[in-house]
Design a protein around this ligand. Sequence first.
Ligand SMILES: CCCCC/C=C\C=C\C(=O)SCCNC(=O)CCNC(=O)[C@H](O)C(C)(C)COP(=O)(O)OP(=O)(O)OC[C@H]1O[C@@H](n2cnc3c(N)ncnc32)[C@H](O)[C@@H]1OP(=O)(O)O
Ligand SMILES: NC(=O)C1=CN([C@@H]2O[C@H](COP(=O)(O)OP(=O)(O)OC[C@H]3O[C@@H](n4cnc5c(N)ncnc54)[C@H](OP(=O)(O)O)[C@@H]3O)[C@@H](O)[C@H]2O)C=CC1
Length: 324
Amino acid sequence: MAAVMLSSGRKLLQTRFPRPPVRSGSARPSGFFAPSEGAMLPAGSFRDRLAFITGGGTGLGRAMTMVLSQLGARCVIASRKLDVLQETAGEISSQTGNQVHALQCDVRDPQAVARCVDQMVALSGLPDVIINNAAGNFICPTERLTPNGWRSVTDIVLNGTAFVTLELGKRLIQAQKGASFLAITTIYAESGSGFVVPSAAAKAGVEALYKSLAAEWGRYGHRFNIIQPGPIRTKGAFSRLDPTGTFEKSMIDRIPTGRLGKPAELANLAAYLSSDFASWMSGAVIRFDGGEYVSMAGEFNELRKVTPDQWKMLEAMIKGTKGS
Ligand SMILES: CCCCC/C=C\C=C\C(=O)SCCNC(=O)CCNC(=O)[C@H](O)C(C)(C)COP(=O)(O)OP(=O)(O)OC[C@H]1O[C@@H](n2cnc3c(N)ncnc32)[C@H](O)[C@@H]1OP(=O)(O)O
Ligand SMILES: NC(=O)C1=CN([C@@H]2O[C@H](COP(=O)(O)OP(=O)(O)OC[C@H]3O[C@@H](n4cnc5c(N)ncnc54)[C@H](OP(=O)(O)O)[C@@H]3O)[C@@H](O)[C@H]2O)C=CC1
């Protein structure tokens, strides 16, 4: 007896299907969607530009810093761990030949953010590109969450993004300088998600902040865009969200492109959105997830499991039904 389960948990059919044929050598979807990881934009696209990237020492922030630096930007990366930042800055600038400065900054503290911006201005001036990428997250049943656990995530994600954006926005307005602001959120900023509730709430807040400022601060020459990445392997994310490695296979199985994203793919999209090629783009929310979100959302998507023989039988059953 075989049943086709809908994502709602209801059974669509309960009928006797022939055993599905054993398929040998069938291609995985990832075979069609090999990543391209080199810098996408023309060389020099960020020449004479300064980029400020929070959380630029690790993971996706590091990848975005690398591509912007390859394309000619001077970069300033900022987070709590100065040693990590300095190592990344040294590695990237020695590869690209462009300056990367490391500044210690805890984005939860507005005064620390102001001091960091002072240091950046003294070193290189005000930035043309701002990427709010720093985040904190962990899986936790919400009934186990303490007020401090809630605060630790929402302070980094929502307040941190707001403090950086306000500090830089005000100074840029004062200096009459335009800039591109980009925030890295997540696909569940839109849907919400259990077990990462502070992150879901804070990322949704970041999206509201950026969409609002896209409308309000266009008159000052500021663009605001958002990328919602799906799963991309980084130590920071996977150690806190899949510490045993148990969920990875089910994540890949539901992604129509059959693989995780790569940091360099995300970095190319971030570079495009931050570049002059995207100067007409503001208030955009770009989902970048290999199709995972729509795959999880569609009521009938589990029908991917139905084999061609089973489809023949289903079609015959449907066509054989007369009346309602
Ligand atoms: C595989 C998934 C792929 C898809 C991914 C989708 C979205 C991803 C979104 C992301 O944001 S990934 C980025 C993840 N990176 C990070 O989180 C890096 C930075 N994180 C941290 O520094 C820490 O994890 C933390 C906890 C966010 C902040 O560190 P710190 O300020 O040092 O906090 P404390 O360790 O002092 O803890 C504060 C507070 O929080 C409680 N807590 C911490 N971890 C847990 C946990 N796992 N479960 C429950 N509670 C936790 C801790 O107990 C403290 O509360 P108290 O009440 O005890 O004081
Ligand atoms: N990887 C993934 O699958 C996905 C990631 N994302 C998002 O991508 C972004 C990058 O995540 P990822 O690279 O995976 O993870 P990482 O953990 O590598 O990046 C998080 C960065 O935030 C910095 N950070 C944390 N707290 C603070 C703070 N208080 N002040 C300043 N900086 C801070 C960390 O540096 P330090 O510890 O030195 O402070 C770290 O560099 C995040 O916004 C995340 O939400 C979204 C969806 C999927």
